[in-house]
Ligand binder design. Structure first.
Ligand code: CA
Length: 584
């Protein structure tokens, strides 16, 4: 529901949905005034979504999309611990993650780890974890909810879940997150194995991190958006600092983005598999990896010779860093071990590394973590043009950096595009481009107020890629200099959009990581060209960007598409902040 919709109108809406539209309320997220309905049959999901969108009190409506695990299953038969050790020795390796040419230096990093008592919690949102596996039992790696008394049928800690002593099963809504696939157990073993050798006797090697099993994928490796959101909220509310997400799908979900944003605002790191379709994610997005929230780290997979795995998705701007993901040996249910491949296996190395770094500095937030993992990695020629960092992770470099440098607690505000993303595949043409950057000598008095109407049309101006480039550049510089970061782009600026003969004026604040959203009653025809003017904070300069209005079939909404907003705009915005006395 829209922000200004109160309780009684919400009740009315829910009543109408069940009476007129034959839908039953399944779940509500009060914090967002967001509601999940179940269709009673006879009506398609698309029709139900479209009906809801007609209600003026509805901000967005979307299907409960399904996501899938990002691995192809287990290679070969499950092995005992002895067989697994023999297999590793046969490869000439000293630890279970010996990746020949692609060694991410975990053993070297272990030698550097401080002996402190921090135990960061990594939430594994997956198919569950075999928490009875001897590696997890004897190392004490599974997170325990100390505030919950087991088996008394009471939600002792008041977190909304009864007897959730070791996480939750969102797929079947019970307190047993046991793995009925094998995916989550394999992923959990990689996370733990990044911080210690899981083939060594775990009883003499107590875990330095904790695994929080949050099951939302079913036994076939599929899970729903609403369950994923619940799992993310659980991780945020119950002390996790890192969330591993070895799953994905091609549908953009606003509600999932909102949940990840909540995690971001709480400082969590969100690691996501880039996917296994050999796709360019810059062109064919996969979620959650492609969300532009700055705590989301999208991970490609590399092979034993340190090049991109044949199946791995890539993307020079949307996939951030690579990590080993071919034939990774890890834990499997029933005290066994086995090999598996996928970006599902690459992501947990990064989650494990993040946990390792959080032991050294427990306050590193997701924004900073992304920067450290990105910058303190190992450059690989073959990853040029494939991942943004052109690098594969390096645990030793990263841990040495966080040991030598105190990171301040800064992270930028992310407002993002609250409504929709312009969909290039839908509109049939014409990327916007920077029209001009010009100096401005205007009078300030003729400012009109936009005619806010009741049939509002949401225009999301997507500056995320351009802004991200800036953020990445600045963050790199900041980390290198290790000095205080200023909220550089936290500016208030005026935005004008020319639609036909009319000029609509609005404010954009915090240009740092978002975009502008202009509500207007003007009806735009698909394919119309709009000009967006952004005024510098001192009012002396304007950037003009041309964009094309496109209809997104997927989001059932109009958006404005800008494709080439790059160098000129970057230079101009960079100049604006300089004028405010902020050193480059
Ligand atoms: Ca509880």
């Amino acid at each position: 529901m829209k922000d200004n919709v109160g309780e009684s109108k919400t009740h009315q809406f829910i009543g109408k949905a069940s009476l007129s539209h034959k839908m039953s309320l399944k779940r509500s997220w009060r914090r967002f005034n967001m509601h999940q309905f179940k269709l009673q049959g006879g009506k398609s999901v698309e029709d139900a979504v479209n009906d809801m969108l007609l209600d003026p009190d509805v901000e967005f409506a979307e299907p409960n999309y399904i996501f899938e695990k990002q691995s192809a299953g287990i290679e070969g038969a499950p092995m005992s611990a002895m067989e697994a050790i023999d297999a590793v020795n046969a490869m000439g390796g000293a630890d279970s993650f010996n990746q020949t040419a692609a060694d991410i230096n975990v053993e070297e990093a272990w030698a550097e780890m401080s002996s402190n008592s921090n135990v960061p919690i990594v939430a594994i949102i997956d198919s569950g974890v075999d928490y009875n596996h001897y590696v997890f039992v004897e190392s004490g790696a599974i997170w325990k909810n100390e505030d919950e008394i087991p088996g008394n049928g009471i939600d002792d800690d008041g977190n909304g879940y009864i007897d959730d002593v070791r996480g939750w099963n969102f797929a079947y809504n019970n307190n047993d997150p046991m793995d009925d696939d094998n995916h989550g157990t394999h992923v959990a073993g990689i996370v733990l194995g990044t911080t210690q050798d899981i083939l060594k006797n775990p009883s003499v090697d107590p875990a330095k991190i904790r695994i929080m099993p949050l099951k939302f994928l079913d036994q076939y490796g599929s899970g729903s958006t609403s369950d994923a959101i619940e799992a993310i909220n659980y991780a945020v509310n119950n002390g996790a600092s890192v969330i591993n997400n070895s799953w994905g799908g091609t549908s953009f979900s606003q509600s999932l983005q909102d949940a990840i944003l909540t995690a971001y605002n709480h400082g969590l790191t969100f690691v996501a598999a880039a996917g296994n379709a050999t796709n360019n994610n810059d062109e064919s997005p996969i979620y959650p990896a492609n969300y532009t929230i700055p705590n989301v780290i999208s991970i490609a997979a590399t092979n034993y010779s340190d090049s991109l795995a044949s199946f791995s998705n890539y993307g020079s701007s949307t996939v951030h860093v690579a990590s080993p993901g071919v034939s990774i040996l890890s834990t499997l249910p029933n005290d066994s071990f086995g090999y598996s491949s996928g970006t599902s296996m690459a992501a947990p190395f990064v989650s494990g590394l993040a946990a390792m770094l959080l032991r050294e500095q427990p306050d590193i937030n997701g924004y900073q973590m992304k920067g450290v993992v990105f910058d303190y990695s190992y450059g690989v020629g073959g990853l040029y043009g494939k991942v943004a960092s052109q690098s594969r992770i390096d645990a030793l470099k990263a841990i040495q950096f966080v040991q030598d440098n105190n990171l301040d607690a800064y992270q930028p505000e992310w407002t993002g595009s609250r409504s929709l993303a312009a969909d290039g595949s839908a509109g049939g043409g014409g990327c916007g481009m920077i029209a001009k950057v010009l100096s401005k000598h205007n009078n300030k008095n003729g400012r009109n107020t936009p005619p806010w109407g009741q049939t509002t049309l949401l225009l999301s101006i997507l500056f995320a890629p351009l802004i991200m480039m800036n953020i990445l550049r600045i963050r790199r510089k900041r980390i290198l200099d290790n000095r205080r970061q200023f909220p550089r782009y936290n500016i208030e600026s005026e935005v004008k959009i020319n639609v036909g003969g009319r000029q609509l004026v609005g404010q954009v604040s915090s240009l740092s990581l978002g975009g502008a959203r202009i509500d207007t009653e003007a009806l735009l025809e698909d394919g119309g060209v709009v000009t967006l003017s952004i005024e510098s904070p001192d009012g002396k300069q304007q950037i003009q960007v041309e964009g094309r209005v496109v209809w997104s079939e997927e989001k059932k909404a109009y958006g404005v598409q800008f494709c080439d907003a790059k160098d000129d705009a970057l230079a101009a915005i960079g100049g604006w902040t300089k004028r405010f006395g902020i050193a480059d």
